[in-house]
Write a protein that binds this ligand. Structure first.
Ligand SMILES: CC(C)(COP(=O)(O)OP(=O)(O)OC[C@H]1O[C@@H](n2cnc3c(N)ncnc32)[C@H](O[C@H]2O[C@H](COP(=O)(O)OP(=O)(O)OP(=O)(O)O)[C@@H](O)[C@H]2O)[C@@H]1O)[C@@H](O)C(=O)NCCC(=O)NCCS
Ligand SMILES: Nc1ncnc2[nH]cnc12
Length: 303
C-alpha cells in the first residue's frame, strides 16, 4: 500500500508557527472588553496606544517570530539557540519601537511568545502544554552573555523595588499562570457553554487575580496590584463575566483601574501566550503530517 502524506518544508512550518503567534497577539488585542487595556472600544489606561497600533505592531513582528521558529527547528546547542533568539528578540524590540513610534506595545509579548514559539518549533513531535512550557522555561533559564545586564526598563525597576519576579521569572518557572490558571479557566468556561469572548475574558481575569504584573506595580504600586488582584478574583468568585453579579464586579474593577490609571499589560501578554499554546495543542490539521528537517530527513509529527 502506498502511504500518502503531505511533506511540508520546515520553513513552511516556521511560517505557520509565526502566523499562530500573530493570530494570538491580534486576538488578545481584539478581545473586548478588557479592563484597563487597549481593546476595540477604548485605549483603556493607555494614552499612547490604540487597537490599530497594537495590530500594526503585531504584524510587524511576524519576521521576528518566524526567525525564532526557524532557529528552534535547527539543531543548535541550547546555549547558542538562547543567544540567537536573544539577538532576534532585541532586534524585534527595535522594530516594534520603529512601528509604534517609541511606544512599548509588545516587549513582554516578544519575550514570552518568542520563547514559546522557539520551544514549540524544537518539539514539533511532542506538542503538549507541559512539553512546550517546560522547554521554554529551560531556554529562559540560560544566561545570554550578549544581553545587557540591566535594561533600566520599568519592569526591571519594579522587580527590584517590589521584590517580584516579573516577566523573566514567569518564563523561567514555565509560565505557571498560563498552565495552572489561564488554560484551565479558558477550557472550563468554554465547557460550560460561555461564548469564546467570555471564556477568554475569564481567562484574562484568572491571570490578573494572581500575576505580579510589573505594569501595574510600576504605575500604581502594591496597593494598585492588590486592588486589581482582589477585583479580578471577585468577578470569578461571582461566576465570571457571564453572570449579572460578575458583570457588575467587572464594571467596578474597570472603574477602579481607570481611576488609578493602571493597566495589566503583563496579564495581556500571558493571555496571548495562553491562546497561542491552546491553539497549538489542539492538534491542528496542518501539523498532522510529515516535514523535512534541517538534515533533509522526513520526520513524522504525531500524536
Ligand atoms: C525580559 C524582558 C521582558 C525585559 O524585561 P524587564 O523586566 O527589563 O522589563 P520591561 O521592559 O518592562 O518588560 C517586561 C514586560 O513584560 C510584561 N510583564 C510585566 N509583568 C509581567 C509578568 N509578571 N509576567 C509576564 N510579563 C509581564 C510587560 O509587557 C506589557 O506591558 C507593556 C505596556 O506597559 P506600559 O506600562 O504601558 O508601558 P511602559 O512604556 O513600560 O510604561 P508607561 O510609560 O506607559 O507607563 C506592553 O508592552 C506589554 O507587552 C512588560 O513591559 C525582555 O525584554 C528581554 O530581556 N529581552 C531581551 C531579548 C531576549 O532575550 N529575548 C529572549 C527570547 S524571546
Ligand atoms: N491590549 C493591550 N493593551 C495594553 N497593553 C498591552 N500589552 C499587550 N497587550 C496589550
Amino acid at each position: 500500500m502506498v502511504e500518502i502524506y503531505q511533506v511540508i518544508e520546515s520553513n513552511a512550518l516556521a511560517e505557520k508557527l509565526a502566523d499562530m503567534v500573530i493570530a494570538a497577539l491580534i486576538d488578545e488585542a481584539t478581545l473586548t472588553p478588557k479592563p484597563g487595556l487597549v481593546d476595540m472600544r477604548s485605549r483603556g489606561a493607555h494614552y499612547d496606544m490604540s487597537w490599530s497600533l497594537m495590530c500594526d505592531s503585531a504584524l510587524a513582528l511576524r519576521p521576528t517570530f518566524y526567525a525564532m521558529a526557524d532557529a528552534g527547528m535547527q539543531r543548535y546547542p541550547q546555549r547558542q539557540l538562547r543567544e540567537i533568539i536573544g539577538a532576534l528578540g532585541r532586534a524585534g524590540e527595535v522594530r516594534m519601537m520603529e512601528v509604534s513610534n517609541g511606544v512599548n506595545t509588545h516587549r513582554g509579548a516578544i519575550w514570552a511568545l518568542g520563547l514559546l514559539v522557539t520551544a514549540a518549533a524544537q518539539n514539533l513531535s511532542a506538542l503538549s502544554v507541559n512539553a512546550i512550557t517546560e522547554c521554554a522555561a529551560r531556554l529562559a533559564q540560560i544566561d545570554d552573555q550578549f544581553a545587557p545586564k540591566f535594561t533600566g526598563n520599568k519592569g526591571e525597576q519594579a522587580c527590584f523595588r517590589y521584590q517580584v519576579g516579573g516577566a523573566r521569572a514567569q518564563a523561567q518557572t514555565g509560565f505557571p499562570f498560563v498552565v495552572d490558571h489561564a488554560l484551565p479557566t479558558l477550557h472550563r468556561s468554554r465547557k460550560q457553554g460561555d461564548k469564546e469572548t467570555c471564556a477568554q475574558l475569564n481567562a484574562l481575569l484568572s491571570i490578573m487575580a494572581v500575576l505580579d504584573d510589573t505594569c501595574i506595580l510600576s504605575r500604581g504600586g502594591t496597593s494598585a496590584l492588590t486592588s486589581v488582584q482582589i477585583g479580578a478574583r471577585k468577578v470569578l468568585e461571582l461566576g465570571g463575566v457571564t453572570t449579572a453579579p460578575g458583570k457588575a464586579a467587572l464594571h467596578n474593577l474597570e472603574a477602579d483601574m481607570l481611576r488609578r490609571h493602571v493597566s495589566p499589560g503583563g496579564s495581556a501578554d500571558m493571555l496571548a501566550a495562553a491562546l497561542f499554546v491552546d491553539n497549538l495543542t489542539k492538534q491542528p490539521k496542518w501539523l498532522s503530517s510529515k516535514f523535512v528537517d534541517s538534515d533533509n530527513q522526513i520526520q513524522t509529527i504525531g500524536w
